[in-house]
Design a protein. Structure first.
Length: 209
């Protein structure tokens, strides 16, 4: 079974408290989601391989560590996942960014793909799938299915919040994908919203309803 890692750093928890607040407007909400994504990426990339290099400082030569060329790919699930991209790019500007768009069929309630554009060398990259909310898990599972069909192998899922129901669904469908969260909330309500949650992340990011 995949790992579920709740990153409870004080800065993340402080920013998350403001993100949850219904009085937080779109501008501040966007900025904070990007900041939390960046802080989460710091922890998620802890195991990236490094290699020893030698550099000339103003004083002497020094042996240092640099990233050993690991390729990174970011895959936001549209549209809310877009809110997490720039924060991670600030840390890892050479990452390639793909996009997956899904909508829920009103009759079957199943996710339907309407857009998919992914890096061509998907199998060579460590992939971070981005979605602020892991609620029922349906869209995330469909996205992971799609990525694996296109050749993706090394995948991690990054979400701000998750409900236990969604975590269970993803773990059962993709036990090889570790899940990184800023918080694991209580439950889903009758409308499949995370409780206490933060509302609709896409609407709050982009000022829509």
């Amino acid at each position: 079974m995949s790992r579920v890692v709740v990153i409870d750093h004080p800065l993340i928890q402080h920013k998350l408290s403001i993100i949850r607040d219904k009085e937080t407007g779109p501008k501040e909400f966007r900025e904070l989601v990007n900041e939390v994504a960046m802080l989460m990426a710091y922890e998620v990339t802890r195991d990236l391989p490094t290699e020893e290099v030698e550099v000339e400082t103003p004083v002497a030569r020094a042996k240092c560590r640099r990233l050993a060329g690991e390729k990174i790919g970011l895959v936001p699930i549209l549209r809310a996942g877009l809110g997490m991209v720039q924060g991670i790019l600030n840390l890892y500007p050479t990452a390639r960014v793909g996009h997956i768009g899904l909508y829920r069929d009103p009759e079957t309630l199943q996710p339907v793909e309407y857009y998919c554009k992914l890096p061509t060398d998907l199998g060579e990259r460590e992939l971070f799938v981005l979605d602020p909310m892991l609620a029922t898990g349906g869209s995330v599972v469909a996205s992971l299915d799609l990525i694996k069909r296109r050749g993706g192998k090394k995948i991690k899922l990054l979400c701000l919040l998750a409900a236990p129901e969604g975590v269970k669904v993803v773990q059962e469908a993709h036990p090889d994908v570790d899940i990184y969260l800023a918080a694991l909330d209580e439950r889903l309500n009758e409308h499949a919203y995370i409780v206490p949650g933060l509302g609709d992340a896409g609407d709050r990011l982009f000022g829509t309803k």
